[in-house]
Design a protein around this ligand. Structure first.
Ligand SMILES: [Zn+2]
Length: 221
């Protein structure tokens, strides 16, 4: 060991490896190290010190597992959902583009850039096979993003899609069917009122309220 070489300290830790003992073997200084995972290995001391060797190999293995997991997502059902949403919004050649991209429906940058971010959101929000990503119930219906989307069953999603009439309810555009359920006012009643020029606030008033309303002269069909 030259004078320039720093003192070798037993117990010193480099990344995941703690030095237990060391000796010269031929041209090299070899060390016995305890890895964080509990495994004991023999390694070239300078390789460990320089960070060339960072663990017994478990660190590298865990990176590989992580990569494989991400790669495995290629076959996850959510990738199909992700791709079809993207296509609807941005690919003029798909049939549904006219109801999405052409109407200004977009996907947020975060999801657009990274499938994993979309995937994580879906899983954290309870997605499982058979469930769909809905942008209409919570949001304005124009953006696929963490804030604007929720996970729903196909039935709920279809109901929202099939009902073309939307009205503002508590600051959000919602399908009349849902407003009807939330307010207890019949779907047909809300529809009739809106078609007859009532403002949305009046149109969703319960019967008792609208009787005291100045529009009470309006006659139901
Ligand atoms: Zn290890």
């Amino acid at each position: 060991m030259g004078a320039h070489e720093k003192k070798i300290i037993i117990g010193q830790k480099f990344n995941k490896l703690t030095l237990l003992s060391h000796r010269i073997v031929g041209k090299y200084r070899m060390g016995t190290f305890l890895c964080d995972c509990g495994k004991i290995i023999e390694s070239n001391y300078s390789h460990v010190k320089n960070g060339f060797t960072m663990s017994c190999g478990c660190h590298f293995k865990s990176i590989l597992i992580l990569r494989n997991t991400t790669h495995g997502l290629e076959r996850h059902p959510l990738i199909k959902i992700y791709r079809s949403i993207k296509a609807r919004c941005y690919n003029k050649n798909v049939k549904s583009y006219k109801n999405y991209g052409a109407k200004g429906v977009r996907m947020c940058d975060e999801w657009l850039r990274d499938f994993k971010s979309f995937y994580d959101w879906c899983i954290n929000n309870g997605w499982e096979p058979g469930l769909q990503v809905d942008k209409d119930i919570k949001g304005t219906g124009l953006l696929y993003s963490p804030d604007m989307c929720c996970i729903v069953t196909k039935t709920v999603n279809n109901r929202h899609r099939s009902v073309s009439l939307f009205a503002e309810y508590q600051g959000n555009q919602k399908p009349l069917m849902e407003i009807s359920e939330l307010t207890g006012v019949k779907y047909g009643t809300i529809k009739w009122r809106l078609e007859n020029g009532w403002n949305p606030e009046e149109a969703i008033c319960s019967t008792r309220k609208y009787k005291t309303n100045k529009r009470k002269t309006a006659v139901k069909p």
